[in-house]
Ligand binder design. Structure first.
Ligand SMILES: Nc1ncnc2c1ncn2[C@@H]1O[C@H](COP(=O)(O)OP(=O)(O)OP(=O)(O)O)[C@@H](O)[C@H]1O
Length: 269
């Protein structure tokens, strides 16, 4: 949070909806290391929230904790107004169907074609005819800007950018309301990264998605994020639109948003 700013003020500033995900007082650690130390954060309906922080600071750990993949020591995580700890298995699966995840490495199944990868969550969660599953897979392939021939290819036959798009298509298979993206543009050249950012923005606007995006990419932060939250020392130290982050006096934020790389990005814009 910027100096003296409350979370509510930050939300109003961004002009977006109510919290879809609320994290309160979250503590996560491994052995005697505390990674997230009483962290609180809201992800608001309809926004693209960029999440930045030092390398190894716990950005992926937060994502994985929200998704229920890492146990927490204390605190609460509410998704769609429900505390995941209080849900039974069926209720939890129902919540999980409402989010899509794009992990850093894409994580496609290497022995399945793109089409089969996209159909994997459909098979796991729904009973659909093969024809309908094919129609859905090709609709998602088109949605992410791939040619329909890509559906028959194995991940090893795709470029890095195509793998990102195919992984995104799989994350969209169940028409999620919220997308979690872990460094979606890492490994892409600047043009590929810019195209991918544009795709995320278009999908967010046309599908009404909420997006939580862990990123180091200053271009993405400037061009597609409605709000940014910054993690340091296990806590969210600032959040708000890019202007709020740029105006922060916190040393890490100053170095990040005003350092040599940041100046280079701004001069290109
Ligand atoms: N399962 C685990 N067991 C032990 N330590 C872990 C585990 N998962 C993550 N960590 C540690 O937690 C810390 C935070 O990791 P995390 O991957 O969340 O960082 P990050 O902010 O996403 O970093 P980067 O920007 O480099 O991807 C790291 O020191 C990591 O080694």
């Amino acid at each position: 949070m910027a100096n003296g700013e409350t979370m509510e003020q930050g939300n109003e500033e961004a002009g977006v909806g109510e919290p879809l995900i609320s994290v309160r007082d979250l503590v996560v650690g491994f052995g005697d290391r505390v990674i997230l130390d009483h962290l609180s954060l809201d992800i608001l309906r309809g926004e693209i929230l960029g999440f930045v922080g030092t390398s190894g600071g716990g950005k992926s750990v937060l994502t994985r904790t929200i998704l229920g993949l890492v146990p927490k020591r204390s605190g609460t995580v509410e998704v769609f107004g429900q505390d995941l700890d209080t849900l039974n298995e069926a209720q939890r699966s129902a919540v999980e169907r409402r989010w899509g995840v794009l992990f850093q490495q894409g994580a496609l199944f290497s022995s399945l074609t793109v089409k089969q990868n996209i159909q994997f969550p459909l098979r796991e969660n729904l009973k659909l005819s093969q024809k309908l599953m094919d129609d859905i897979a090709y609709a998602k392939i088109e949605m992410v800007g791939l040619k329909c021939e890509a559906g028959e290819k194995l991940p090893s036959e795709l470029s890095g950018g195509m793998i990102k798009r195919a992984s995104l298509a799989r994350a969209l298979a169940l028409d999620p309301e919220i997308l979690f993206l872990d460094e979606p543009t890492s490994g892409l050249d600047p043009i590929g990264a810019g195209d991918f950012d544009e795709l995320i923005r278009t999908l967010q606007q046309t599908l009404g998605l909420t997006v939580f995006m862990v990123t180091h990419d200053l271009d993405s932060l400037h061009t597609v994020c409605d709000r940014i939250a910054a993690l340091a020392d296990g806590k969210v130290i600032a959040q708000g639109p890019i202007e709020t982050m740029m105006a922060s006096t916190h040393p890490w934020l100053r170095a990040y948003f005003h350092g040599a790389r940041a100046r280079a990005v701004r001069s290109e814009r």
